[in-house]
Design a protein around this ligand. Structure first.
Ligand code: AMP
Length: 379
């Protein structure tokens, strides 16, 4: 397993902000970056060496792409597994198709967790609306109905408190498959980011706490206010996930800590994560550089942050009253601005984020929120 050295070309499937920050880390270290997605002038494409605009089902375009890169990684999981299988005939794909297969669909993800003995919210699989009533009986209420495939940021989710919501739930389910999950009382949510190289070297970042608004990540804070015991157990579970999947690059495990003190795995993402953006400033090695190192088979970097940090997402909603006041948050010491180069600021769309460094996690969180408020002064 010879490492891919600077000068090599990294192929990235997907072209959003995660790909953009990976490309920036890669180019800083002297790698070339080629992005593949159906979009043009994309967040990642803007900062890559080149951008291929084609569909993930386009076999000819995929083969041509594979011919131009030394390794392929991904920044987005809603890509057909077949695309990765096709690419893998020509070039190493990290993480490989099997990792994507297990994690891009909630049914397979939950089956994997069960097979590994990893705790998660009580779940029932539904093959159609006819299964809902019995599943609700077994899982109990409140429950949350989720589509089996291609869901993110709470899209395709519906809270079910009882039979009153059955109509809406059945409609949402349509003829498709779904999973019904017990809706648990959350004390907090946090994530553990794992980097793993093809040789099996593995590093984990300490837990990062996540606060959501309307099902979308709003604020991430590190270090998370979890006990050493909880951090240790979560880290061990994240390690089990990465090793059992034989994942390479970066993988993220999202956790629920319930008010009853239980630790549950919520989701696995086979890539860097919104919560890990703060590792760019908190250092010493960002999740994106770590992904690059893992994918290239280089030694992995240190993960213990140098400073407490917090990240506040900037959603398109901020633009609804006009252009945000960019200079204002930058006057706050320790605050950095990231914008993703997206054209249209639609409500709910992730346009950028602010990171704040401070002496403690609480201070960093307060500073990130203050800085974000400065962007949209009362007009
Ligand atoms: P997901 O896309 O499945 O990660 O869900 C998005 C967010 O919805 C999570 O981060 C939680 O805040 C919330 N959520 C999802 N499933 C559950 C559940 N079973 N119990 C409580 N909250 C949940």
């Amino acid at each position: 397993l010879t490492p891919l050295l600077p000068g090599a070309t990294i192929g990235v499937l997907g072209s959003g902000q995660l790909g953009r920050m990976l490309a920036l880390a890669a180019r800083r270290m002297g790698y070339r970056v080629l992005v593949f997605s159906p979009d043009s002038d994309s967040p990642a494409g803007q900062v890559a060496d080149a951008e291929v605009t084609a569909h993930y089902e386009d076999g000819d375009a995929l083969a041509a792409f594979a011919g131009r890169v030394d390794v392929v990684t991904l920044e987005f999981e809603n890509i057909p597994v077949e695309a990765l299988e096709l690419l893998e005939r020509q070039v190493p794909v990290r993480p490989g198709p099997a990792v994507l297969y297990q994690t891009q669909n909630r049914e397979r993800e939950k089956s994997f967790l069960a097979a590994q003995g990893l705790p998660h919210a009580a779940t029932e699989f539904l093959s159609g609306p006819e299964d809902l009533a019995a599943a609700l009986e077994r899982v109990g209420t409140p429950a949350v109905l989720k589509t089996a495939g291609f869901g993110y940021d709470g899209k395709g989710q519906l809270l079910v408190n009882g039979s009153a919501e059955m109509g809406a739930a059945l409609k949402q389910l349509g003829a498709g498959r779904g999973v019904l999950e017990r809706f648990v009382d959350l004390e907090r949510e946090f994530s553990v980011i794992v980097a793993r190289s093809p040789r099996g070297e593995l590093k984990t970042y300490p837990p990062i706490e996540n606060l959501h608004r309307h099902h979308i990540l709003d604020l991430s804070v590190a270090p998370a206010a979890v006990s050493e015991g909880t951090a240790g157990r979560a880290t061990e579970m994240a390690r089990v996930v990465a090793e059992a999947l034989d994942a390479t690059g970066v993988l993220t495990v999202e956790f629920f800590q319930t008010t009853g003190g239980e630790l549950l795995v919520n989701e696995i993402a086979p890539r860097p994560h919104n919560s890990g953006h703060l590792t760019i400033e908190a250092g010493p090695v960002s999740q994106f550089e770590q992904q690059l190192r893992g994918v290239c088979g280089l030694p992995l970097g240190e993960t213990e942050p140098l400073r407490p940090a917090a990240m506040a997402n900037l959603l398109g909603d901020l633009w609804q009253q006009g252009e945000p006041d960019w200079p204002a948050p930058l006057a706050v010491p320790g605050v950095s601005l990231h914008l993703y180069g997206k054209g249209k600021a639609r409500p709910g769309r992730k346009m950028g984020h602010l990171t704040a460094l401070a002496g403690s996690a609480d201070e960093a969180a307060a500073k990130a929120e203050t800085a974000r408020r400065l962007l949209a002064p009362a007009r």
